[in-house]
Design a protein around this ligand. Structure first.
Ligand code: GLN
Length: 557
């Protein structure tokens, strides 16, 4: 198959939602029966984002094959059926790593190794690899036009047009059309400059996706078209929306897919976006609300938990609910912040997500204890499962100071300890248990009821594991191990049978949840939280009525 390519670049400022735009175009093309693949190039020098702080980079998205990738790949998977792997995300660092390895092997036969053609060839080869067996490959170039570091990628896509021609390549530029309050006007100049910048490196965009907070009038569109040398029809209003799941629908109203098909000379069936339109209807017409408290360490920067947040939204949508998320700084709980502690009583469900390092752990343990003792639905993911085991060991099994050797290497009870396969490994990059692993689920458990399957596959990203030496003590205390690797080596799921909904998993189910296919663990957790909320509010109301009727209260009046 000779795939066609859509190259997505960004201009003016960062954070314009290029990734979401690329994912939404993919979604629209799939709705017309086309097969797509998506990829992202990140111009920084780290080999992958795995070693970067969540504050720097946001979430690290993990693929089935264990690649630690940019969070935009999460959008690609949530909006399309593309199967992503380490081939779908490249950084400058990884491209150079390959080139230097080749040079050391002598593969360049004595030639001088240069950015053009060697680096650009490597980039083009990576693009062509993901384009095998698909109709359209959507290639997102990270960063903003004009950045020095993205130049080799820009040059590579310019060469792709040269090589493959207009019918097989399309340049889509995401830009900003800001509304300036003082002038009460939308301004087109930043877009003009950004296109000029692209032109200076030999790229004439075909379609402009204009990010804006209001619809672009015909006049504005023709002005942009004239100055930027594109068709008026190709100036698209990419208006801010309240839900990201509306983007494909909004783009369809602007006819973006029709335009893409015309430019790329693709014949395809009529679009069928019914399931997405129905989803958007549910987003804006919830029957009730549910409030989940997330107790974590990177909560002030929501991008750190991108997939988690979306998976909870999917879980809520599955029950027609509006999700209220409250992010609680775990360190605040630890410091005895009264307001935060009292807040715990206001949540319908409590979740402790993944994380690394010691900071905030004691606060997470306070929240978990609260959930366990008060029958509040609890869901622990990775670190959240490990901390649930620590809390149980300390407060139920009487193992004072039980801990993970990650947080206290000298703990007398290493309930969680370094993965046995990683002992002696000190290097940080890519040295974790990563990617998809099979887990066997015990019949008759909550996990089994949730999945309805004996075996599942989920994605991992961790360095520590449950220490089986404590299995007997913890299970005697009432903890149930409901999922393990098929060979029994690793504990994957724990739960509390005496609790309405208390479950922790060593893997990250959030990476596999999609709006149209909500993950069962999130769906059931949000469902249980909603039920708990109803009960909690009913009990509160009953208590208030009782207080009101109490004779002593009347007497005091
Ligand atoms: N820090 C823990 C570990 O490495 C948990 C990791 C995570 O939550 N992703 O095992």
């Amino acid at each position: 198959m000779s795939a066609k390519y859509i190259f997505v670049t960004g201009g003016v400022v960062s954070s314009l939602g290029k990734g979401l735009a690329a994912a939404s175009i993919g979604c629209l093309l799939e709705s017309r029966g086309l097969k797509v693949n998506l990829m992202k190039f990140d111009p920084y020098l780290n080999v992958d984002p795995g070693t970067m702080s969540p504050f720097q980079h946001g979430e690290v998205f993990v693929t089935d094959d264990g690649a630690e990738t940019d969070l935009d790949l999460g959008h690609y998977e949530r909006f399309t059926h593309a199967k992503l792997s380490r081939d779908n995300n490249w950084t400058t660092g990884r491209i150079y790593e390959q080139i230097i390895a080749k040079e050391r092997r002598g593969d360049y036969l004595g030639k001088t190794v240069q950015v053009i053609p060697h680096v650009t060839n490597e980039i083009k080869a990576a693009m062509k690899k993901v384009a095998q067996d698909v109709d359209v490959a959507i290639v997102e170039i990270g960063g903003t036009v004009g950045d020095i570091e993205s130049l080799p990628f820009m040059e590579a896509i310019r060469q792709m047009r040269q090589e493959l021609g207009r019918e097989r390549t399309l340049f889509m530029h995401v830009t900003l059309v800001p509304f300036i309050a003082a002038a009460q006007e939308l301004k087109t100049k930043p877009t003009q400059h950004s296109v000029k910048e692209l032109l200076s490196i030999g790229i004439q965009p075909d379609i402009l996706l204009c990010r804006t907070d209001r619809f672009l009038s015909k006049e504005i569109k023709s002005k942009i078209a004239l100055f930027c040398n594109v068709e008026e029809e190709a100036v698209i209003t990419a208006k801010d929306v309240a839900s990201i799941y509306e983007v494909p629908v909004v783009f369809s109203h602007e006819g973006v897919d029709t335009l893409v098909l015309r430019y790329l000379h693709i014949e395809a069936k009529e679009r069928d976006l019914k399931s997405w339109e129905e989803l958007v209807h549910r987003v804006y017409n919830p029957k009730a609300e549910v409030t989940i408290g997330i107790v974590g360490k990177y909560v002030e920067y929501e991008d750190s938990y991108k997939s988690l947040k979306e998976a909870l939204v999917h879980g809520a949508l599955a029950h027609n609910l509006k999700l209220n998320l409250n992010w609680i700084e775990a360190e605040g709980l630890e410091a005895g912040d009264q307001a935060s502690q009292e807040q715990l009583a206001d949540y319908d469900g409590i979740l402790v997500p993944g994380g690394f390092g010691k900071r905030g752990i004691e606060g997470m343990l306070i929240a978990i204890r609260y959930a366990r003792e008060n029958n509040v639905p609890y869901f622990g993911i990775c670190l959240g499962m490990q901390t649930a085991c620590i809390e149980f060991a300390r407060n139920v099994c009487g193992l004072a100071d039980a801990n993970s050797s990650e947080f206290d290497p000298a703990t007398p009870h290493r309930v969680i300890y370094k993965l046995r396969e990683l002992r002696g490994v000190e290097e940080l990059g890519g040295t974790m248990r990563l990617g998809a692993w099979t887990c066997k689920i015990e019949p008759g458990t909550l996990a089994h009821k949730i999945y309805g399957q004996d075996e599942i596959s989920e994605r991992h990203r961790h360095r520590y594991e449950f220490n089986r030496e404590y299995e007997e003590t913890l299970t005697a205390g009432g903890l149930r191990i409901s999922g393990s690797t098929p060979d029994g080596t690793y504990v994957e799921i724990v739960e509390l049978p005496d609790h309405p909904h208390f479950i922790g998993c060593q893997f990250h189910p959030e990476f596999k949840s999609k709006p149209l296919e909500p993950h069962p663990l999130f769906k059931t957790f949000v469902g249980a939280a909603y039920e708990h909320g109803l009960k909690r509010r009913a009990e509160k109301a009953a208590a208030e009525i009782e207080m009101f009727h109490r004779p002593e209260k009347v007497g005091r009046r």
